[in-house]
Design a protein around this ligand. Sequence first.
Ligand code: BGC
Length: 354
Amino acid sequence: MGHRVGKTIFTGCVRQSAVRSLIKSDTPATANGHQYQGAAQTRSPTHTTLNQQHTTHVRNLSTKHFIMSVHVKARCKFYPRTKDSVERCPVPDDKVPWNVDFLEYAPVDFTSESVLKQPVWADLPDPSGITFNCIDKSCKVNRRTYEPQGEYEVIDGYPRNPRGRTGLTGRGSLGRWGPNHAADPIVTRWKRDENDEVVVGDDGKPILQFVAVQRRDCGEWALPGGMVDPEEERTATLIREFGEEALNSLEATDEGKIKIKETLTHFFKDGLKIYKGYVDDPRNTDNAWMETKAMNFHDDDGTGVGAFNLHAGDDAADVKWKDIDSGLELYASHIDFIRDTAKERNAHWEKCHV
Ligand code: BGC
């Protein structure tokens, strides 16, 4: 596959001094170094459209009060689970956007062996037969992006990462060309003391706890989410993944399995939408990336799922209720979802540094 993305060069004078800095919700799009209104020099109509889409996208994020870091983990030096043998081509912050010139860009091409073995969840090595930006009729895979601009570009038959360069082409360890969809449950309860009183942080706000799992693949703490199967309802994904990873439903008795499913079906009925879109995941490449929908399910009095015995299973090595505050370190963009959940629930967030 070579370095085909590297050969697609765009010119433009859009100034972006700190793309990886945070896109802050309640500040104008020009804050944090994002200067999108420069007169972009365009080489083609496609390029004009791309710049316009980028601007719209940032404004959308601004109005939705969402904060998301862009391509920090997706530019990690070594590709995950390659024993440091696959190194990304370094991409400086200001060269992440496709519309900024980067003539020397020489991304490494990599697709893992497990993907090339062609498991059911992986596409064929050659994407030329795939119709992108739609529900794929042949296999029912949703190839639409959750990103607000609605479509991603396909260049020479290869889908292009809507958030910019990652230093690596191919699919890495992701099965699908283009978007790979996941669903993440953010299950919360209030922290309580031995007298069942809600515990407050030093800012006087109640402390929220969420169910976190420790991923077996990298050891990082994360939400107990998972990949959405073709045609699967997202709620079904949430029930399956939470059941398997946080309640070890795979090893429960038949009776236990039924009880877990019933409780979760009820609990996951009404959730608060926290995020839907691109995820800054270390597995992302220039041609394959993660997207997710993260929903918050809150047990206010702690007597439902909040009282469940957590038991790690499947892809999770450990599971626990973790206190939410700004000091947490989590997998991919999960910290962004947790921060927004704390905000939505008016819970304690800022960790006091003494
Ligand atoms: C995880 C999700 C995560 C997604 C994107 C999936 O493998 O199960 O929790 O949001 O990747 O990082």
